[in-house]
Design a protein around this ligand. Structure first.
Ligand code: NIG
Ligand code: FE
Length: 418
């Protein structure tokens, strides 16, 4: 069944030109078609203007089964949220309140709160509770326009509980009607039982956890938090080399709290993406450019824990492929709404609206190696798109902090009407 949408005031195709990601200045081209038309079944079949669509119907070049007048709305590719921690238990509103009274994220972690507070809650939770919490957040993300998503483990920090988290993510893959990718983040924090013997925990990750994860095919990626007070470059290199040997690709939580050259490590290990990067050095940018590693920026986290924003402009000027994602988690950024992330990207990281859209769609998909089948609205790609009740994509940024998404379509099926 082929459906043709006509009279789309602003049809944002993102125009990949057959490329799997956009770098630097290329991100300014989002292939907007004014008074656009879109023909699709499960996949996009054709895009053009409404006038061209009429002519093509007359000449018999396209034969839609159904024609829908969109009456001037805006259509964009669904957002791809390539960095989340939405599977967790418990809540950390108490430490958020403490932070509002002046405590820093690191001070709370040093008191035994932070990631470890969620680790305790996850260890006490059943797999069903984890699935239920993750399901709610994934469906809420979908209502806000997210049509593919990554989810990390990292709140178990022992073999049993990391596998429990990854199994919960696996269950979600069957329950949530969008594409999900999973990431093993056993090196998220140091478990309390290994505080004084960190290398022993790295041994456990390399010798037992990663092998089990790979054998049971539970993760698409391996990630580690390489930062001041967390994992060192040497520990990261060991973990990543083991993961690569087992066939897992890499993502890195890099230089979020301080510059520890984690971006350069990500480049050296040819990670698919390095994420956060608030304190990335010029050398880090140069190395990532050479390796083609995607810079995934998470402005919601800088906002939520009151940190300086990642130097997005510098990265764009140097020609990096920049993606943006939520980092949705109970501690450092609790939102599953990609529209807020787009707002923060333009206002606080000084990206243009066009760059932010490329970062949230095609480049997000590239950070999950999905951009061959999603992230732009072009023939052959999945018909994953959002309809916004606005005359232009600019309004998503202009009228901020409200949900502009009125419909969400995934593989040509309308899943959400808001
Ligand atoms: O991506 N940086 C490390 N991990 C998370 C925070 C997780 C948490 O606080 O629970 C992040 O910001
Ligand atoms: Fe994160």
């Amino acid at each position: 069944m082929q459906t043709l949408f006509t009279n789309i005031n602003s049809l944002v195709t993102v125009n990949s030109n057959g490329c799997l990601k956009k770098c630097g200045y290329e991100m300014s081209d989002i292939g907007e078609i004014k008074d656009g038309a879109l023909l699709f079944d499960d996949n996009i079949i054709w895009v053009g203007t409404t006038d061209e669509a009429k002519r093509n119907i007359q000449s018999g070049e396209i034969k839609p089964d159904k024609i829908v007048d969109m009456k001037g709305n805006t259509i964009l590719p669904g957002f791809v949220d390539s960095h989340t921690h939405i599977v967790f238990a418990g809540d950390r509103s108490n430490e958020f309140a403490k932070r509002l009274r002046g405590a820093t994220y690191q001070e709370i972690a040093a008191e035994g709160g932070g990631i470890i507070a969620t680790v305790n809650a996850v260890r006490n939770a059943s797999i069903d509770e984890l699935v239920e919490n993750g399901f709610k957040l994934a469906m809420s993300a979908l209502r806000h326009g997210t049509t593919a998503m990554e989810i990390k483990s990292g709140y178990g920090l022992d073999l049993k509980n990391e596998l429990k988290m990854l199994q919960a993510i696996k269950k979600l893959k069957d329950m949530v009607p969008i594409t999900l990718k999973s990431t093993f983040l056993g090196a998220h924090d140091i478990p309390p039982e290994y505080q004084n013997n960190r290398d022993k925990y790295v041994d456990l990750i390399c010798n037992e956890m990663l092998t089990a994860v790979a054998e049971q095919n539970l993760a698409d990626y391996c990630d580690a938090f390489i930062d001041k007070g967390y994992y060192t470059i040497e520990q990261g290199e060991r973990i990543f080399q083991t993961a690569l040997d087992l066939g897992l690709k890499l993502k890195v939580h890099a230089d979020e709290l301080a510059d520890v050259s984690a971006a350069s490590l990500a480049a050296k290990m040819v990670a698919v993406s390095a994420d956060h990067l608030l304190f990335i050095s010029d050398k880090g940018i140069e190395d990532m450019k050479k390796s083609g590693t995607i810079a995934t920026l998470l402005p919601g986290t800088a906002y939520f824990i009151r940190m300086p924003y990642a130097p997005a402009r510098k990265m764009l000027e140097e020609g990096l492929a920049v993606a943006i994602a939520t980092d949705c988690n109970p501690g450092s950024c609790f939102t599953e709404n990609m529209q807020i992330i787009l707002s923060l990207a333009v206002i606080n990281m000084k990206m243009t609206a066009e760059e932010a859209i490329s970062a949230a769609t095609l480049n997000g998909a590239a950070a999950l190696e999905l951009s061959d089948r999603m992230g732009s609205l072009e023939p052959g790609k999945e018909a994953n798109f959002i309809v916004c009740n606005t005359p232009s994509y600019t309004d998503i940024f202009y009228h901020f902090a409200v949900n502009h998404v009125s419909e969400v379509w995934v593989k040509g099926e309308k899943l959400i009407t808001n």
